[in-house]
Design a protein around this ligand. Structure first.
Ligand SMILES: Cc1cc2nc3c(=O)[nH]c(=O)nc-3n(C[C@H](O)[C@H](O)[C@H](O)COP(=O)(O)OP(=O)(O)OC[C@H]3O[C@@H](n4cnc5c(N)ncnc54)[C@H](O)[C@@H]3O)c2cc1C
Length: 357
């Protein structure tokens, strides 16, 4: 894996380890060619039938190296597994092989302007007509929608019944199709990596319905174990630690050595937790609570790391590389505890899992 990175990674590593950064079709295609996308999927769909642990090793190395992985990341992590579990054979045949080749990229269409944490309140509607659905509504904060090919959108096909979770459905929508407008939103770092996506009378054929109409809630929540448990939930700030160790040098001060030891100890614990969730996914379980735990603790760690490193490195030690990774990570840090479910929501999931509410 490291040899591959040495010969395929663009000459400059990204200044951070954020999975959302670096949308690079050539890099994703090289990774696909090597068999490192869709690693756990069946061979007949282009996958490698490898274990979740093997996939873990690959994803961890990519992030640690600051490789440009955002193009294929979501499709590999959760859209593909969703289609494997709920999609039709025709959908698997059409969508999975191009994902494994690193050529087809997916976005997550959950959040809306008035609906983030309270996902069941989504209002984007899909009206059934002959041969498909007509979609109207707006999704927001949609990562890479301006660069990806498809979005799997959670929409309302029926009014809520006795439960608010009824009447929700998932559709695969072509982001370049008629009736779809994608407007990038600039983030605090000045980058455009998420978007507003507006659907106006957008026709989606029946073949692009995922699973069963009305079963969207069960399906969307099943994605969350994949979304929340991987090393991207505690490694976003990893490059800061790498650069900190470098500037601290072979004879760090006592305080710097203690900081490195403490951060490394946290990192190893989070890694063990994430690997054990990978084991549960391998066994076919749906470890939603365990995944929420990895993300909640992991996000706290990746938010604390840059601040601890900044205070422990005397200003005179800051060189350009340390400064660049720190600046980049500090600007993106606020998002770590928001994207993929906020800290409060995760704590709610954990409390429910422990029987506390
Ligand atoms: C960088 C980034 C990328 C993103 N990418 C995507 C994407 O690709 N696709 C997508 O669908 N979404 C994406 N999101 C959106 C993200 O999932 C939502 O921002 C998140 O779920 C929170 O929703 P909200 O912004 O509507 O905040 P709100 O739900 O309005 O929450 C506001 C605050 O209230 C708190 N809160 C809300 N409800 C409760 C409660 N019941 N109990 C206690 N506290 C509560 C929250 O914790 C938060 O602090 C992205 C967000 C970011 C920052």
């Amino acid at each position: 894996m490291r040899a591959f990175l040495r010969s395929n990674q663009p000459s400059e590593a990204l200044p951070d380890s954020d999975f959302n950064h670096g949308h690079d079709a050539a890099f994703s295609a090289a990774l696909g060619k090597r068999g490192w996308i869709g690693m756990t999927w069946p061979r007949r769909h282009g996958g490698g039938e490898r274990t979740f642990f093997e996939r873990y090793v690959v994803t961890e190395e990519l992030l640690a190296a600051g490789a440009p992985v955002s193009a294929h990341w979501i499709a590999d992590r959760q859209s593909g597994p969703l289609l494997l579990r709920y999609g039709t054979d025709a959908q698997r045949e059409r969508f999975l092989p191009p994902i494994t080749r690193g050529e087809s990229y997916f976005s997550i269409g959950m959040s809306e302007p008035d609906s983030g944490s309270d996902l069941a309140s989504v209002r984007t509607s899909a009206r059934k007509i002959d041969g498909g659905y007509v979609v109207n509504g707006t999704k927001v904060w949609t990562t890479d929608a301006h660069r990806n090919h498809f979005i799997i959108a959670l929409v309302r096909t029926d009014a809520p019944g006795q439960s608010r979770h009824e009447g929700l459905t998932q559709l695969i929508i072509d982001l370049h199709g008629d009736g779809v407008q994608v407007r990038p939103i600039r983030n605090i770092a000045g980058d455009e990596d998420f978007n507003e996506v507006v659907f106006t009378d957008c026709f989606v054929p029946d073949e692009q319905l995922v699973g069963r109409a009305g079963n969207g809630w069960e399906q969307v929540t099943s994605e969350l174990s994949y979304e929340r448990s991987g090393p991207e939930r505690f490694l976003s700030a990893f490059r800061v630690l790498v650069e900190f160790v470098r500037v601290a040098g072979p004879t760090p001060t006592e305080h710097q050595a203690a900081v490195i030891g403490r951060l490394a100890a946290h990192l190893m614990t989070l890694r063990q937790m994430s690997i054990s969730v990978a084991g549960m996914l391998q066994a076919g379980a749906s470890p939603a609570v365990e995944a929420a735990l990895v993300k909640a603790l992991g996000n706290d760690f990746e938010k604390e790391l840059p601040e601890i490193a900044r205070l422990a490195a005397p200003h005179a030690d800051f060189d350009n590389r340390f400064r660049a990774t720190l600046a980049q990570t500090l600007l993106h840090m606020p998002a770590f505890t928001i994207r993929g479910g906020t800290r409060e929501i995760l704590r709610g999931v954990i409390a429910r899992g422990l029987g506390l509410r």
